[in-house]
Design a protein around this ligand. Sequence first.
Ligand SMILES: [Zn+2]
Length: 679
Amino acid sequence: MTIATFIRSCIFVSFVCLVAASAVSAPVPFKMNEVEYDITVKIDPANRTLEGKSLITVHRPRELQLLLGAGYEVTQAEFNDGPLGIGRDQANQPHVWNIPFHFRQQIQFLIQWKGVLAPLDTALDHRQTLARPVAVSGAEGTFLPDSSDWYPRIAGLFARYKVSIELPPGQKGLVAGRLIEESDSEQGYRATFEFSHPAEGIDLMAGPYAVDTLLHHNIKQKPVQLRTYFHPQISKLSQDYLDAVKGYLDRYESEIGEYPYSEFSVVSSPTPTGFGMPTLTYLGIDVLQLPFIRSTSLGHEVLHNWWGNGVYPDYRSGNWSEGLTTFMADYAYKEQESDAAAREMRLGWLRDFAALQPGQDAPLTAFTSRTHGASKIVGYNKAAMVFFMLRDHLGEAVFQRALQGLWTTRRFKVTSWQDVQKIFELVSGQSLEFFFAQWLTRSGAPAIELTEVKNAAAGSGYELSITLKQSEPAYQLQVPVAVETQQGSAIHKLNLQQAQQIFTLKLTDKPLSVSLDPDLRLFRHLAPGEAPPILREVMVNAATQTVLLSDQPEIRKIAETLASKLQDRKLEIVASGDPLSAAPTLIIGLQAEIDAWLATKQLPVRPNEISKKGSAQVWTLARADGASLAIISAQDAASLEALIRPLSHYGRQSYLVFDGRQAIEKGTWPMLVRKVAVE
Ligand SMILES: [Zn+2]
C-alpha cells in the first residue's frame, strides 16, 4: 500500500479503553463532500464470499486514484459509460486506477467485484487485528475494516455513502450511519445505511446478532435510535448497555451540544478487539462482559462521536481528539468519583511519562495515533493533562464555553491543534500562544525543584521566600506550592518564567513546611523517588534488563515468553549472578529461587502485602539509586504460564497476587509528598 488509509479504531490494553484513529501512514491532503459511494454488497459468511457493486460519483474531479484490495476480482469496471480496465496487470496485486484531471463537473465509476474473504481467526488479539487490516468472515462474525480496501475507494478523500448489505438468514450486518431500510425473511437479511456527512471510510460488521433497541430523544427532542447488535450469548447485557449509552448521550449533549447522528449502536465482535466509528462502537464479546466497561470505555467511545468522529483531527499537525476524549471521559469519571481518584490518575500519567526513555518521547504535534505503549503516554495522557492545565488556567466556565464553541464551529471539519487554540483564545479573550506552543511543540516536560526556603519575621507576620528552579529552556508555569501553617495548608500559585526565581510570600501565620505541586496539577518530571515504582517501568523502559533465575528449560521458556509479552521488544537477558545495573530490571523465577536471589543481592524480602499468598506474586521495589526492580515469583510452571495473558494489563500496579490467571490482590505503594521544613 502506498496510499494512506485510515482506520478508526479503539484499542483495549490494560482493559482501559484506549481509542485511536489509526493512520497507517502519513495522511494525504483531503477534500470534503466531493465523493459519494452507492454500494451493494452481498456476503455469505459460511463460504466467506463477497460480491459487491459500487457506483462512485466524484464532484469537481481532479487527478484521482481509485483503489481496491488485491484479494478481489473485478468483474465490471466502467468510467462515464466507457470501459475502465481492471486496474492491475497481475493477479494478487491491488487494483489501482490512476484517473487524470477532468474538466467535467462530475464523473462516475461503476465497479463490480467479488472475492473470498480470509477466515475469521478469533485467536487474534486487538493489536494483531490492527497490524493486519484484513477483511475476515465466518459464521461468528464478519469484519471488513476500511483499511483492508474491501470496496473500491478514492484515495485520500472523505466521502458520503449509501451501503446496502445482503446476508443469509440468521445474520445481520451494519455500517456506520442511519438505517433507512431493513428486511429480514427466510430469504435473508437486507439493510441499507446512509451516511450523509463526509466520512473517512467505511467499516462493515456482520454476525449472528440479536438486535435490541431503545429510543432516545436528544437535547433538541429529535429521536435517536439506540441499538445493541449482540451475539446471543451476551444478549442479556443489552438493556444495561442501552441505558448506559442513553446516559452518556445526555451527559455529553449537556456539556458540549447536540449529538449529531440519528443512531448509536453497540456491536459485539468475536475477537477481543475494540473499534470506535461514528454512530457505533465495535467491542469484543469478552470485553463487553467486563463489568467496568459500561462505566469507563463505553463513555469514551460515545464521546468520540463529538471529538474524533464529529470534529475530525488534522493528523498533519497532531491528533488532539484522544487527549480531549480521555480528559472528558476516563479522567472526568475519576473526578466524579473523588479528588483522590483523579489525583491517582494524574499520578499514573506522570509516572508513565517518567518511565519513558528520551527517544520514546515526542511532541504532541507528532502524535497521530496509538501504535505502542509509549505513544499512548504522550498522545492520550499528556494531551489530557494539557486540557486539564488549560481548564486550571482559564477556569471551568470559560473552558466549557470554549468546548461548546469548538463543537458548534468545527462540526464535520478537519480541525488542527491551531484551530483548537483559536477557539480557546476567542472565548477567553486572551492569547494562549505560549501555553499551546510549550505543551505541543516541545517534547519532554519541565523538571521543577524547590531549592531553598527561608522565613523571616516581618512586622506582625512572616515573609517566606521560596526559590524555584527549572530545567532550560524555561517553561512559563503557574506552579502550585502548598504552605502549611498551624492553621492548615494553603496553595499559592507562583508565576515561574525563568530557570531560577525567588518568590516572597507575606504570611500572617508561621509557616511550617512547603511542598511543590503536591496535588500534581502540572505536567512535569517527577523527582526521583517522588512516585512509588510500578510494573510499567520495566514494560516501557527500553533499557530494561531481564534476569531468568531458573535453570529448568521448561520454566525458562515460559519466563522468556512472559518477559517478551511484557516488554514487546527484543529482551536483554543478563545472568543472575551479574551485578545489577542502573537500568530497571525484571526478575522471573520460582518462589525459592526468588527468595535465594533476593538474599544474595541483599534486597528486602518479599513484602507483607503479598507474602506467600496465591499461586504467583509480582512486586516492584525501588533501589537506593532510584532504579526499579520488578519481581515475578511463581510456585510452579503452570502458575507462571498463567500470568502470560493477564499480567501486561496491570502496568499501573506496584504489587499483585495471582491465583492462576486471576489477580486476587493488587495495589500501588503509597506516594510520599516531600515537604521542605521551614526553619
Ligand atoms: Zn479514544
